[in-house]
Design a protein around this ligand. Structure first.
Ligand SMILES: [Zn+2]
Length: 378
């Protein structure tokens, strides 16, 4: 329900309320909703066109996502990305009653879809790997995607939803700028869907993944990865573990915020960025971003470089250490969740912690205090 468009809701409520009002009021409300739907249609048409163009590029069906050198293919390619709602594991299609009340281990999913192929890489993010969906995480997954799964296109177009915390923020713009500065892409367009009208390919791929997930017994991240790959016969969904249950890192997270923030400045503060839906960067104009509210609007030009002669280095930022699970969570998984795992999965997903149980420590301490009190009274 949170996906419902607020503008549509407001207008539709107004339309219902103005049924008995004079014609002028009625017409104004209807026109407002009509204009909004026209805008939605315009944006949807752009998305569909970019997807269709990408299909033409890979029409012969020989291209698959994989390691390709940057700018090694003279073409435009389109990708869409989004987070799915997190899943919980272990999971059992029979759903034993007590399982419902237990706080199971969580796994986030970040998908990057290449509609042209079509294939989607699903980043499986265990709760010990990251605690946020912030821009450092999103940019790190995108960076890993381009390095390991991108088609090596020269010209890149991207679509994502309008979530300002994850996608629409200064660091996302800085990162894409950094790519064009270092020849990793020649030009890039970043396009945001209209809030509340964001149904696009990643949702479709997540849907297929979750259908299979609900029908399968799952105890470990490896199981989730297998379910992901087997969710369609055509191998539409691919799986990439961000890390293991024991915090082995496969997809490093970097401190992009600190790194890029030193060389770039935000456009008009963050209030400015929120009002734009389309951004465009080109290697021909280092430091410049073009932004527009609607694709049909005239673009505004901004310079992101703090100093025109100081470019950020091509080297990657400092790597961030995953937060891991705290002692309390580890003991909770061992005490409460372990019994729902398969025999093999129990020691992987809910192993016996090597750290002391903080709850037991508190209990023991209070026992000591109690004993002392009793002694004193005697
Ligand atoms: Zn709407």
């Amino acid at each position: 329900m949170t996906d419902l468009c607020w503008e549509c809701q407001k207008n539709n409520n107004l339309i219902n309320r103005t049924v008995n009002c004079e014609e002028e009021k009625k017409t104004a409300t209807l026109q407002r909703q009509e204009a909004h739907l026209q805008h939605v249609k315009e944006e949807r048409t752009l998305y569909k066109k970019q997807v269709a163009d990408a299909r033409v590029v890979v029409a012969d069906g020989s291209l698959k996502l994989g390691r390709n050198d940057p700018c090694s293919r003279e073409c435009v390619m389109h990708y869409s990305f989004d987070f799915a709602q997190q899943i919980h594991y272990p999971s059992n299609p029979l759903q034993p009653g007590p399982m419902y009340f237990v706080d199971l281990r969580k796994c986030g999913i970040f998908g990057v879809c290449c509609e042209g192929v079509p294939q989607q890489v699903n980043y499986l993010i265990d709760e010990g790997m990251t605690s946020t969906k912030g821009s450092n995480a999103v940019i790190s997954y995108l960076h890993h995607f381009f390095e390991n799964y991108g088609l090596g296109e020269e010209h890149l177009s991207l679509h994502c939803d309008n979530c300002s915390g994850q996608n629409k923020n200064r660091y996302m713009l800085f990162y894409l700028m950094w790519r064009t500065l270092h020849g990793l892409h020649k030009d890039i367009s970043l396009n945001f869907m209209v809030a509340g009208h964001t149904k696009f390919s990643p949702d479709w791929c997540f849907g297929l993944l979750k259908q299979k997930y609900r029908r399968t017994q799952v105890s470990t991240l490896e199981d989730i990865a297998r379910v992901t790959v087997e969710s369609t016969a055509t191998r539409l969904n691919m799986a990439q573990l961000v890390g293991s249950e024991s915090q082995e890192v496969f997809v490093p997270s970097y401190d992009w915020q600190t790194f890029l923030g030193a060389y770039f400045k935000p456009i008009d503060g963050d209030v400015g960025i929120k009002s734009f839906q389309h951004f465009r960067f080109s290697c021909e104009e280092p430091g410049v971003v073009y932004a527009s509210k609607r694709q049909s609007d005239e673009e505004k030009k901004f310079n992101l470089l703090r100093s025109p002669n100081t470019l950020p280095p091509v080297e990657l930022p400092e790597e961030l250490t995953p937060p891991g699970l705290d002692a309390e969570r580890q003991w909770y998984l061992f005490d409460e969740v372990r019994e729902f795992c398969s025999e093999k999965g129990a020691d992987i997903t809910c192993p016996r912690p090597t750290v002391p149980n903080p709850k037991k420590l508190v209990a023991e301490e209070s026992d000591v205090v109690l004993e002392q009190k009793v002694k004193r009274r005697k």
